[in-house]
Design a protein around this ligand. Structure first.
Ligand code: ADP
Length: 253
């Protein structure tokens, strides 16, 4: 029976799964995170079974906020370690990994495949994906629509550092008849500015954006302008954490 090494990145909004066998990435997928890890494990087993992947002989490693309570995992590893391993697998080059997740933002100096140093914002939702989710909801649109609108606007200032007050600012702008595209543009600029402030602390290497915002070209361009440096990504950058976790499973078995 084929043996699989499965990395599960249990994020605050989405769970990313990467499956390795015979030293190569076989498949990957994303499912929404639910707050019962036993149910989440069943969803993952079912999705794997639908791809004819038996979990009987599989080795699971978990990362992300839900890693401690994920019942299938024999190992739980921090996101910093997994994102670094995953980013190295994807790029094989020294880089500054900027991961903007639903709940936190991390910046990791990745040197010769290991973490040289890192900084993290996990105290404040401003500058994270959650800020965008809340603001999109306030505007009654999806996150994809928020980005589409933003490309048409010029940024209105959203000056508050607190998400709750920033939401009031957005509501005031809308109430005052501001153009929706300008409000959307201001919302994205606010997250990009906060992420760039953190990223600027770690400017030794070219930037690689991972996480849920990485497949949004508009966001990459905004970050690049603010940092005055190229910001690239990879088609699988959302899976960096899951890939890193799978690699841990593979090497520790
Ligand atoms: P987590 O691991 O905490 O679930 P992710 O790295 O998956 O976080 O990022 C989730 C964030 O990505 C969401 O909070 C949202 O802001 C952003 N996001 C999700 N879908 C999209 C999209 N289609 N376009 C742009 N951003 C998105």
């Amino acid at each position: 029976m084929e043996q699989y090494f499965i990395g599960v990145d249990l994020g605050s909004t989405a769970s990313k799964v990467a499956v390795f066998s015979n030293q190569s990435l076989k498949t990957y997928f994303t499912i929404p995170t639910c707050f019962d890890m036993t149910i989440q494990a069943k969803h993952i087993i079912d999705t794997l079974a639908a791809q004819s992947i038996s979990t009987e002989q599989s080795v699971f490693t978990a990362t992300g906020y839900g890693r401690i309570s994920f019942p299938l995992a024999t190992k739980a590893v921090t996101e910093i370690t997994c994102h670094a391993k995953g980013a190295w697998y994807l790029t094989a080059q020294n880089c500054t990994v900027l991961d903007i997740g639903g709940q936190d933002t991390k910046v990791i100096a990745l040197e010769n495949g290991t973490v040289n140093h890192f900084y993290m914002n996990d105290k404040c939702s401003a500058g994270t994906g959650r800020f965008l989710d809340i603001m999109a909801r306030t505007m009654g649109i999806t996150i994809s629509e928020l980005f589409e609108l933003a490309t048409l606007g010029t940024p209105l200032p959203i000056s508050s550092m607190c998400t709750v007050f920033a939401e009031s600012e957005v509501i005031s702008h809308i109430g005052a008849g501001a153009k929706r595209e300008d409000v959307a543009c201001g919302i994205i600029a606010s997250v990009a500015e906060k992420a760039a402030q953190l990223a600027a602390r770690c400017s030794d290497y070219p930037y690689l954006l991972t996480g849920g915002l990485s497949q949004t070209p508009y966001f990459l361009t905004q970050l690049s302008k603010l940092l005055d440096a190229p910001v690239t990504t990879h088609a699988l950058a959302q899976y960096a954490g899951a890939i890193g976790a799978a690699l841990v499973a593979q090497t520790s078995s």
